[in-house]
Design a protein around this ligand. Sequence first.
Ligand code: MN
Ligand code: MN
Length: 441
Amino acid sequence: MPTTRTLAMEPAPAWDAADRKLRAAFTAFAGEYAGFLDRGRTERLATVLLQRLAEKAGFVPLEKARGLKPGARVYAVNRGKNIVLAVIGREPLERGVNLIASHLDAPRIDLKPRPLFEDEELKMALLHTHYYGGVKKYQWASQPLGLFGTVVRRDGSAVDIAVGEQADDPCFVIPDLLPHLSRKEQGERKSAETIRGEELIIVCGGVPVGDREAKGRVKTAVLEHLHREYGMEEEDLVSAELEAVPLHPARFVGFDRAFLGGYGQDDKICSYTSVRAALDLRVPARTAVVLCVDKEEIGSEGNTGVQSSFLMNFLGDLLERADPKYHEKVLRRCLANSRCISADVNAAVEPNFKQVHELANAAKAGFGLVINDAKVPWQVAELGKVDEGGGGTVAKFLAEHGMDVIDCGPALLSMHSTFELVSVADLHATYRGYAAFLEKA
Ligand code: MN
Ligand code: MN
């Protein structure tokens, strides 16, 4: 008799599988992950943290690695904003790698090239900004922002700026209009324009220089501060990369701590869990590669996006170690034989806006991630109802190399907000799922 196999229509909550020990593991892992989110608020900071984690676990820069025997652990960093790790497998590289690719960039507020100005009437120093990635702009007002990044000075030397990292650092803010006066000015706008792009103006100073005759006394005082602290001039801001990001720490959410809230979880949750999975690998059958890129939120272009040649160059370097005269077609075969997880987040059904989801095909927080092996809770999902919107990942760019690519990641509530939520059960399931994939022969 032919039998019909049906898909389990109702995935089980990931918590059902959670015995006490596992639950303690969820909480402990979430605590470590929270520390990563708090210290890795930008793609640069996150890259440094992941590099440190890798080095602690015995990974060495590829150029310093001697032989590449099975079990060898190597990494490379691209322009301080990408990192790729590999654990060499027992099989030849030509048979392909198990690759997990995620992104480290997150929506944020960048400074414009000429950001600093003074409102002469208000005697206030302010910064013009340009948002990066898809944001609901009103969410960024009225909350403490830090300023992180790098400035290249006139002499060519670079200096890092990190204001807001320490508890006693000052912070920055985009002010919002009080409700008493916003009924007409903001109330009659469409919600996407509650705060418009050009209204994302950051307050950065209010103390004038002593010279009462001078013009722009507050701006001058801010420039003097920047010169004192960082040795920089106003024109250095043109080539600076400065990002304003939320400063609140990641925290557990709910009486039962079921969720973890924090900024930048799209997609640092996948970067962190995939790197942790790579660190815990012994000697895999196939070479395991974990790639964390930049620029996903704005189309994956540029020399730090997944469309750059960073991954190809890294794989080529690995092949060259095995055979200094390797031919490019070997690299192509390696790519075509590779399996890839495009590790990115999905949208969890929002309890207050269920109408944008089609529940049979939507992801629910606490129900695991999409993977069907290794006793990891999983579910299948599309992002939103048809015609409701959508989102992209790095998957298509990797599929172009002939790899088998699957999108696989946890679902977030309030995705792209300044405080995204993940179920700590899904966080741990993601780590276990990625570990199982990297180990897969
Ligand atoms: Mn993403
Ligand atoms: Mn995103």
